[in-house]
Design a protein around this ligand. Structure first.
Ligand code: SAM
Length: 281
């Protein structure tokens, strides 16, 4: 059997359906069967797994081999007949035509967890919405493992330290809530069409939570507000969020953070402390 991700089979499928990768949807199809299988094998997907953007089904096929159940959200209607054909032998897969950013993920994850015991995410993410997709997944603490292929520049954010250029809200949220490791680098030639930049596969494992999910969501909101305008001080960004000058001054003083600093200079621990103080009010 030739897997979908073999370069020759992908080429045949694209030709059979007269498909061209749509740039606007960030379509780069994986054509490296070894990487695709390793990714699924390492994804901790023995229960249910959610995939964002199945494309023509290369990764979905491997997830179907390792998971009890696969739910894949695809935005491109034109790929549905393709997926019906390529995945027809896998009865444990549901492809849902929906913009992932519009999915009620909390509810879906709770239902899947009740039924299958665990829910993981594994995906080769469309690069144009990588950050909002990850922010959305972070808001579901019940997802224990997230294994995603992202452009190298996004991967670097997860290892970035304060004052580095790559240090951002994504770095802070990621490092706040997950133990993160890079599984491997994926060269541009492993995709059809080949992007000019390399990608990496990152795995995030949720840390034991000390605070309630509702509070964490609020902390994430505060983190994004602190980084909203990178050149502005933490005071200015926070005041814009709280709409309250005195409150902003008070919480920064209580957290021991100088008003003139920028979010990019603050450690994850300092930001965490500040979020807790803002949340308490
Ligand atoms: N998983 C396939 C693979 O690895 O070959 C395709 C990966 S491709 C980088 C990204 C996929 O995400 C495409 O199939 C694209 O149509 C889909 N996509 C883009 N935006 C999406 C969205 N908002 N919701 C769901 N799928 C989306």
């Amino acid at each position: 059997m030739r897997y979908i991700s073999t370069p020759s089979r992908t080429k045949e499928i694209l030709e059979q359906f007269g498909l061209k990768a749509k740039k606007g949807y960030g379509q780069n199809f994986l054509v490296d069967p070894v990487i695709v299988e390793k990714c699924a094998m390492l994804a901790h997907c023995e229960g249910a797994v959610i995939e964002v953007g199945p494309g023509i089904g290369s990764l979905t096929e491997q997830l179907a081999r390792y998971a009890t159940y696969v739910r894949a959200y695809e935005i491109d209607e034109g790929l549905l007949p393709v997926l019906q054909e390529t995945l027809k032998d896998y009865k444990n897969v549901d492809v849902i035509l929906q913009d992932f950013l519009a999915v009620d993920l909390d509810t879906e994850v709770k239902q899947l967890k009740n039924k299958y015991g665990s829910v993981a995410v594994c995906a080769n993410l469309p690069y144009y919405i990588t950050t909002p997709v990850l922010f959305k997944i972070f808001e579901c603490p019940e997802i224990e493992y997230i294994t995603v292929m992202v452009q190298k520049e996004v991967g670097d954010r997860f290892a970035a330290k304060p004052k580095e250029n790559a240090y951002s809200a994504l770095s802070v949220e990621g490092q706040y809530s997950y133990d993160i490791k890079k599984l491997f680098t994926v060269p541009g030639r492993s995709f059809n069409p080949s992007p000019s930049v390399d990608s990496v596969i990152i795995q995030l494992k949720r840390k034991q939570e000390e605070i309630e999910p509702e509070e964490i969501k609020k902390h994430y909101e505060i983190i994004r507000a602190l980084f909203k305008q990178r050149r502005k001080t933490v005071y200015n960004n926070l005041r814009e969020y709280t709409k309250d000058k005195d409150f902003t001054e008070r919480v920064l003083a209580k957290a021991g953070i100088d008003q003139g600093r920028r979010a990019q200079e603050l450690s994850v621990e300092e930001i965490k402390r500040l979020c807790g103080i803002v949340y308490e009010g």
